[in-house]
Design a protein around this ligand. Structure first.
Ligand SMILES: *Cc1c(COP(=O)(O)O)cnc(C)c1O
Length: 387
């Protein structure tokens, strides 16, 4: 069967059906070589010279993620941050870029502290409001609009199609951090985005044992070539073993993301209106501000990430939230997301001054444990925190 006729679940489960032509192995070898033979006539017909620029260990993972995102090409990076910053570093000093006020904290910090020092004019906007984006765009000067949806840690939703239309009208490219949605739930390139970014550390790998990032482009254009040059020259390349692990993790991507999404929906519905919970932030709740857009651009679920704002009584919501995290037994108190195990964290403690995370907010990454166990553990932790 032509891979083009297969469903993405089938492509992921078999890593595109690749079989080693020499050994007939169905799991690929790990290519560790840093260097490649030059032809006797001084050419590099294999297309490979040195593994900082490119590595056969990337081929299958890059091809698979490109196919799942319906893009032209993928590129692996040493981390999600290396992937994201490569996009900004492919711009020129003086370029104006728009980024969301609510976004992944480390990237926001880098944009405000380093990208600006390098000459990018970074403007933070309410990316959930197309009118605000329209006002902020400077035709001919804005070169990139960065979207994250659902966005850390409030799980706000940006309308990718509407924002991309506005950005393109002003001559700007659109990149989407789709780490939380994954290609299982959203395909930003089909909605008009030019580049998709993933912290592959999270759902794509899915086992909390690997730091990696990936970009996928809609077209193999000059900007993409600059991004590949940034990767090769700044050296944010992924290792061979990590590339192999990522490919293995992606075999179960569809099962994991669907299970986590279904459980997150159950948990969100269970704790909405709970006596110890001020608010549940989850785009899959009908009352969520982003519900209508999310229902349109996410298929088959709203993702495995949600936040609970904990009621505090006399001692305040922050104390109660930290106490709730202290009392969980099954959930693991840790940062990160997208693994098989469920994680809980007091987000304001992680982000510090200037965070948009309210002090009473607990960020939850739902794993693939039984949802009844997850709910029971949160129930007892909330009860003890409100002792
Ligand atoms: C984790 C994460 C990143 C950064 O990825 P790293 O692999 O940790 O560098 C970027 N965006 C989002 C949404 C993330 O969750």
């Amino acid at each position: 069967m032509d891979p083009k006729d297969l469903q993405p679940e089938s492509l992921a489960a078999q890593s595109l059906g690749w079989v080693d032509p020499v050994t007939k192995a169905i799991s690929p070898p790990i290519h560790a070589s840093t260097t490649f033979i030059r032809d006797a006539d001084n050419q590099y017909r294999s297309g490979r010279g040195y593994a900082r620029a490119d590595n056969p260990a990337f081929d299958q993972a890059e091809a698979l993620i490109a196919q799942l995102e319906h893009g032209a090409q993928g590129a692996l990076f040493a981390s999600g941050m290396a992937a994201a910053t490569a996009v900004f570093q492919s711009l020129a000093p003086g370029d104006h870029v728009l980024a969301p006020k609510v976004m992944y904290w480390s990237l926001r910090n880098w944009l405000m502290n380093f990208a600006t020092a390098w000459g990018l004019k970074v403007e933070l906007v309410d990316m959930t409001d197309p009118a605000a984006v329209h006002t902020a765009l400077r035709p001919g000067q804005t070169r990139l609009v960065w979207i994250e949806t659902p966005a850390n840690p409030l799980w706000t939703i940006t309308d990718i199609a509407a924002t991309a239309a506005l950005a393109h009208g002003a001559g700007a490219r659109v990149a989407v951090d789709s780490t939380v949605a994954t290609p299982v739930l959203t395909r930003p390139l089909e909605l008009g985005a030019d580049i998709v970014m993933h912290a592959a550390t999270k759902y794509l790998n899915g086992h909390s044992d690997l730091i990696a990032g990936v970009l996928v482009t809609r077209t193999d254009d000059d900007f993409w070539k600059r991004i590949k040059t940034v990767r090769a020259q700044l050296g944010g390349t992924l290792g061979s073993f990590e590339s192999w692990l990522l490919l293995r993790g992606m075999r179960t991507l569809y099962l994991r993301v669907r299970a986590a999404s279904a459980s997150a929906q159950r948990i969100a519905e269970h704790f909405a209106g709970h006596r110890h919970v001020e608010a549940v932030l989850y785009p899959g709740l009908r009352e969520a501000p982003g519900y209508a857009v999310a229902a349109r651009q996410m298929q088959g679920g709203f993702g495995g990430m949600l936040s609970l704002r904990v009621k505090g009584g006399a001692s305040g919501g922050e104390t109660a939230a930290i106490a709730t995290a202290a009392h969980v037994q099954l959930w693991k108190r840790a940062t990160s997301l997208g693994g098989t195990e469920s994680l809980i964290e007091h987000r304001a403690s992680v982000e510090g001054a200037g965070t948009p995370a309210p002090p009473d907010l607990l960020r939850l990454s739902v794993g693939i444990e039984h949802v009844d166990d997850l709910i029971a553990d949160l129930e007892q932790a909330l009860a003890r925190a409100h002792g």
